[in-house]
Design a protein around this ligand. Structure first.
Ligand SMILES: NC(=O)c1ccc[n+]([C@@H]2O[C@H](COP(=O)([O-])OP(=O)(O)OC[C@H]3O[C@@H](n4cnc5c(N)ncnc54)[C@H](OP(=O)(O)O)[C@@H]3O)[C@@H](O)[C@H]2O)c1
Length: 246
């Protein structure tokens, strides 16, 4: 069955891979972006060239009015959102405790708690009506690792997981599932400048011995979005080569 998937922050990185895979699975894809209009257009053109359906939708997903407008436009163009992938992220500054401010925490909470909440509230009535919905939050392994100088980001990712579990329990009876995919360090465009020794140190800690690719995340999301995943909810799926085995 062809469904409509909204992927936030899909102009590049993991979001772009998730959008491509959703289209490959036969879903119509709403490619959200904030400022990278050309990249979003190019991704949609690539999907259409391969026979898929995709359209770009601009919105700052931290803003309720912009979300409301965007979902309205998606509904008109592609139908109601069946699969919501909350993936967008802004800058993720690494800061010592001395450097951290409450605002630095709020900046991360805006992306990983506020935005998924506003998005869910906007798509939920339609999902309830159709008795189907897949909410997939993109989390992180940092929750398990407790990376130093990163508590602003780690705290928000932790909150996102708690929220996922609570939503899953609340929405269970409606047929809407809520899960979280926790990627390991998956190099994307923004990691182009990452130091070779940093990449190597990370790789050495991964039981499988290599870093994953965006497609590894996209495949997990595709499974969770599918009918086959109907009995999975409230779970965290670590896609990190076993990096968080303890
Ligand atoms: N890559 C990794 O190693 C990794 C590891 C663990 C978890 N994650 C998680 O995976 C998700 C994606 O990360 P990524 O590495 O793929 O990020 P990325 O490459 O930096 O991409 C971020 C995306 O978010 C969009 N965006 C930024 N601000 C936005 C806003 N206000 N509203 C809507 N879209 C906005 C960007 O589009 P514009 O340019 O148009 O703003 C871009 O498409 C995040 O939740 C991140 O925490 C990533």
């Amino acid at each position: 069955m062809q469904r409509t998937t909204l992927v936030t922050g899909a102009s590049r990185g993991l979001g772009a891979a998730i959008a491509l895979e959703q289209a490959a699975q036969g879903n119509k894809v709403a490619v959200n972006y904030c400022s990278s209009n050309d990249a979003a257009e190019q991704l949609c053109a690539r999907i259409r060239l391969a026979g898929g359906v995709a359209m770009p939708f601009q919105a700052d997903v931290r803003d309720e009015a912009q979300i409301d407008h965007m979902i309205g436009e998606i509904e008109k163009a592609l139908g109601g959102v069946d699969v919501l992938v909350a993936n967008a992220t802004g800058p993720q500054p690494m800061l010592s405790i001395e450097e951290q401010t409450w605002q630095a925490y709020l900046d991360q909470l805006e992306f990983f708690v506020k935005s998924p909440l506003l998005l869910l509230k906007r798509v939920l009535p339609g999902m309830r009506q159709r008795s189907f919905g897949r909410i997939i939050n993109i989390g992180s392994e940092v929750m398990e690792l407790g990376n130093p100088r990163f508590a602003n980001y780690v705290a928000a990712k932790g909150a996102q997981l708690g929220m996922t579990r609570s939503w899953a329990r609340e929405l269970g009876p409606t047929g809407i599932t809520v899960n979280l995919v926790a990627p390991g360090w998956i190099p994307v465009e923004r990691h182009a400048e990452a130091a070779a020794d940093e990449l190597e140190a990370y790789r050495l800690g991964v039981p499988l011995g290599y870093q994953g690719a965006p497609l590894d995340i996209a495949k997990m999301v595709a499974f969770l979005a599918s009918d086959e995943a109907r009995f999975l909810t409230g779970q965290k799926f670590s896609v990190n080569g076993g990096n968080t085995l303890s």
